[in-house]
Write a protein that binds this ligand. Structure first.
Ligand code: ACO
Length: 371
């Protein structure tokens, strides 16, 4: 047996949802740079699910479906109220999404049309759950989804209870486009492993949320902001980063399993971070991030990944730090569900092997004689 630690370089499936070839990320063959500049998040969702960009009528249909399905069952709101106020928001999201299945009569049906309807429900309801929990833990009432609003606008509206401004909507929309899918990343793989047992879509997405939470994956965006806050100001950057590098500790938001010459999404987020910093008049986090990048790239050759500048982008949008990873989930659920649909279409159980390295020839002795 040859063990490939972390499955690095292993091609575990074919997929036509997204690709990373020579450092270029595409969704269904469209370059992420093109999509980031020219497509809305809902157009990308349609693309991921259907393999084509929507025409006007198809897009309007999806917008209506998402809007019609954005409310969450009262029982799920009550469940969110029952969670500790200090609960981790990804743990709250994971538990609430798992609970959603209990209130969906179709949750265990397996035909393609049902699963497409469930994908719509999940995409529509995740932002509502995240916003509702964020308000409940502050002692505020959840805000009902705004009819007809797109995902980015609706999320900001439900979070704050106020009409968000156009710049914030546009920035969040672009961030959602950039996070929507990413080939066989850890959370997508977790989703595919789960549904490859012919388990249901809610189980697949619940698994994926659990995998996304970790700081080596989606949780890195929160860890980046924690680091920036820890550093505090420009004059501390060099000593802080140098100390970490000397101790061989990881700098969150840098490095990637697949991209060794830079993550194509990072430049868009860097630009957004700079522009939002200028607009808000607070360039501190952006400037600190640039300095960190100079040091880490200069010394280690490691480039920022999608999570690095998203931290300062979300902070400029006044989003609390522990909602960064849930926002990643709000977007990535489109990719997860696209991959789940693809897995069901041509399924085979995913069951690799492990090389056994434990003790052998053990014998069960009487309990009194055991140490
Ligand atoms: N800071 C410092 N050193 C690093 C970093 C980093 N962020 N990333 C990798 N390295 C070093 C490792 O210490 C290791 O050095 P060594 O060979 O001297 O031991 C070498 O680079 C290879 O690193 P691995 O962890 O083996 O690389 P792997 O492909 O397994 O990991 C990962 C990729 C998990 C993304 C890694 O770069 C990392 O931990 N980065 C920080 C966390 C992060 O930003 N995660 C988000 C990734 S993007 C996403 O999931 C949305």
């Amino acid at each position: 047996m040859t063990v490939t630690k972390g499955l690095e370089g292993i091609v575990a499936t074919t997929s036509s949802v997204s690709s990373i070839i020579d450092g270029v990320l595409t969704y269904r063959g469209y370059d992420i740079d093109d999509l980031a500049e020219n497509a809305s998040y809902e157009e990308v969702v349609y693309l991921l699910w259907n393999g084509k960009l929507p025409n006007r009528e198809e897009l309007n249909g999806l917008l209506k479906d998402l809007s019609d399905n954005a409310s969450i069952p009262q029982q799920v709101v009550d469940l969110l109220r029952s969670f500790p106020k200090e609960a981790n928001s990804m743990a709250a999201l994971r538990s609430a999404v798992s609970a959603l299945a209990l209130f969906d009569a179709e949750a265990h049906d397996f035909d393609i049309d049902t699963n497409k309807r469930i994908a719509i429900r999940l995409q529509a309801k995740l932002p509502t759950i995240v916003a509702a929990f964020a308000r409940i833990r502050q002692g505020l009432e959840p805000v009902a989804p705004k009819a007809g609003a797109k995902v980015a606008e609706n999320f900001l509206y439900m979070l704050t209870g106020k009409e968000p401004d156009a710049v914030a909507i546009e920035a969040l929309d672009k961030a959602l486009v950039l996070h929507a899918d990413h080939e066989l990343n850890a959370s997508t793989f977790a989703a595919r492993v789960t549904v490859a047992t012919l388990s249901d879509m809610y189980s697949g997405v619940t698994s994926a949320i659990g995998a996304l939470r970790g700081p080596l994956h989606g949780g890195a965006n929160e860890a980046v902001m924690a680091m920036l806050e820890d550093i505090g100001s420009m004059e501390n950057v060099e000593a802080y980063v140098q100390d970490k590098l000397d101790k061989k500790e990881k700098i969150m938001g840098f490095g990637h399993r697949v991209y060794k010459n830079g993550d194509p999404r990072a430049k868009h987020l860097q630009k957004m971070s700079r522009e939002l910093g200028k607009l808000t008049g607070d360039m501190k986090w952006y400037e600190m991030s640039i300095q960190i990048e100079d040091i880490v790239t200069g010394q280690k050759g490691l480039k920022p990944n999608v999570d690095f500048y998203s931290a300062s982008v979300y902070t400029a949008l006044e989003i609390p730090r522990d909602l960064f990873t849930p926002i990643f989930a709000i977007s990535r659920v489109s990719g997860w569900t696209a991959h789940i649909l693809e897995q069901y279409e041509n399924n085979r159980l995913i069951r690799p092997r492990a090389e056994y390295v434990g003790p052998t020839n053990q014998k069960v002795g009487p309990i009194e004689q055991r140490k």
